[in-house]
Write a protein that binds this ligand. Structure first.
Ligand code: UDX
Length: 435
């Protein structure tokens, strides 16, 4: 099929590359000329494993092109996919300005029969609105709009797209649903066809449920700490019940990133718009806001006074496998430490993440090597569980730090391994009632 993807951001680029790799003829519209220039050189503006190769390969095969011009991009295509950003505003409301700008450009296209798909995360009713708007504003044209939310995770986006657990198609007509089913047929995944509003809500409900699982286990972690239980074992035991499952039961300093916090906030905002009380969702957010304070608070509790102490932060990205710092717990933790007058030395393997944090905090020192970042530290705070940290030589580290103390914000390490090397280990919810 001929597909035009509007917006070469995270979702857009991954979607475009995957569809092109399936043999579709894909053109991606990117309004930012600087980004476009980079893409023309096969340079991806963010890190995602395997994406650069896929873009290079599909471009070489003539299946993926880029353009700045929406009209030339859309002309002669079967499907227009909208993948622009929909960030949260201050009050949690979903900011639809980028989508509205695309809508205005689409309305100005020459008369024709068009088929649009919203992949961006948008509140229930947005696809209905877009279709009405286009059919009224675009004289002589007829538009059909489908909702098809994406569920990609950074770091595994290509696999998530190709091996999706489910493909959700929210359509108002059988014909529209069939067109998308045809597009995704080669992937051979489970497809659920719904109405448009339910499809839009599935995305918010899914991400908020994942957030709820994390906050739930973090609540249990607090109780484990006081009762001497180990939350990692509790989660392991819970996971054996197939009704519960093991995913997203990792206790720690909470969830960050560009989706979970924003989608939860947006769902809460939507409820408020309808005068609904949503105490469960509000607690999910409240618990997450509490978790991110734990490490600096524990440090202060242990030392009494942390002013002037050198603190090493391991990991900046909101999770491993990405250089993304959006809503990353590291930012709030570092901010807290600096306000307590600590000397902060941070490690992250991603140069982009290190540069971003250095631009935010004038006083921070950043390192590409975890040992260098730990030099003379009064404590190491594990914030992002990068795989290479699991290979750390604790004995070597013992001679580098000032005080052998690790606060493991992701329950990444086996306490006895760390303690064997002479470190004091403190995890989250691992039976340490003193903190
Ligand atoms: C999420 C959704 O998983 C994905 O379906 C959606 O399309 C986009 O949002 P992403 O933000 O890339 O994906 O990361 P995810 O792997 O979901 O992790 C989100 C946050 O939750 C991270 O900060 C991670 O550290 C945290 N997390 C995850 C936990 O604290 N505990 C867990 O058990 C799992």
């Amino acid at each position: 099929m001929r597909v035009c993807v509007i917006g070469a951001g995270y979702v857009g680029l991954v979607t475009a590359a995957v569809l092109a790799d399936l043999g579709n003829d894909v053109v991606t519209v990117e309004a930012n000329r600087e980004t476009l220039l980079k893409l023309e050189l096969n340079s991806i503006p963010f890190y995602e494993a395997g994406l650069e190769d896929m873009v290079r390969r599909t471009r070489k095969a003539g299946l993926l092109r880029f353009t700045v011009d929406i009209e030339s991009g859309v002309c002669d295509t079967d499907i227009v996919m909208i993948t622009v950003g929909t960030p949260a505003s201050e009050d949690g409301r979903c900011d639809l300005r980028a989508l509205e700008a695309v809508a205005a450009s689409l309305a100005a296209l020459p008369p024709g029969e068009y088929f649009a798909v919203i992949k961006s995360t948008v509140p229930a009713g947005t696809a209905d609105w877009l279709e009405d708007y286009l059919n009224q504003a675009a004289e002589g044209s007829s538009w059909e709009v489908v909702s098809n939310p994406e569920f990609l995770r950074q770091g595994s986006a290509i696999r998530d797209a190709v091996e999706a657990d489910r493909i959700i198609i929210g359509a108002a007509s059988e014909k529209a649903a069939r067109t998308l089913q045809e597009l995704y047929k080669p992937l051979n995944r489970t497809v659920l066809v719904t109405d448009r509003r339910s499809a839009e809500m599935i995305k918010y409900a899914s991400n908020s449920f994942l957030a709820a699982k994390i906050s739930f286990i973090n609540e249990i972690a607090v109780i484990c700490e006081k009762t001497g239980a180990d939350v990692t074992k509790v989660a392991e035991g819970m996971a054996l019940d197939r009704r519960i499952g093991g995913a997203f039961l990792g206790a720690g300093i909470g969830f960050g990133g560009s989706c979970l916090p924003k989608d939860l906030a947006c769902l809460i905002h939507t409820a408020k718009q309808h005068d609904l009380r949503v105490p469960l969702l509000e607690s999910v957010k409240e618990i997450n806001d509490r978790q991110v304070k734990i490490l600096p608070e524990r440090l202060a509790h242990i030392y009494g006074e942390v002013s002037g102490k050198t603190v090493c932060v391991w990991g900046l990205a909101y999770k491993p496998g990405t250089d993304d710092l959006r809503d990353a717990p590291s930012i709030r933790i570092i901010d807290d430490l600096i306000k307590r007058n600590c000397v902060v030395k941070a490690f992250d393997p991603m140069l982009v993440a290190r540069n971003k944090i250095a631009a935010m905090f004038a006083k921070i020192e950043t390192y590409a090597d975890p040992y260098e970042a730990a030099k003379d530290a009064a404590a190491i705070l594990l914030v992002t569980e990068w795989g290479l940290l699991r290979e750390v030589d604790w004995v070597k580290l013992r001679d580098i730090v000032n005080v052998p103390l690790i606060l493991d914000g992701r329950n990444t390490f086996a306490p006895h391994e760390v303690e064997k090397a002479g470190f004091t280990y403190i995890g989250i919810g691992r039976g340490c009632s003193a903190y």
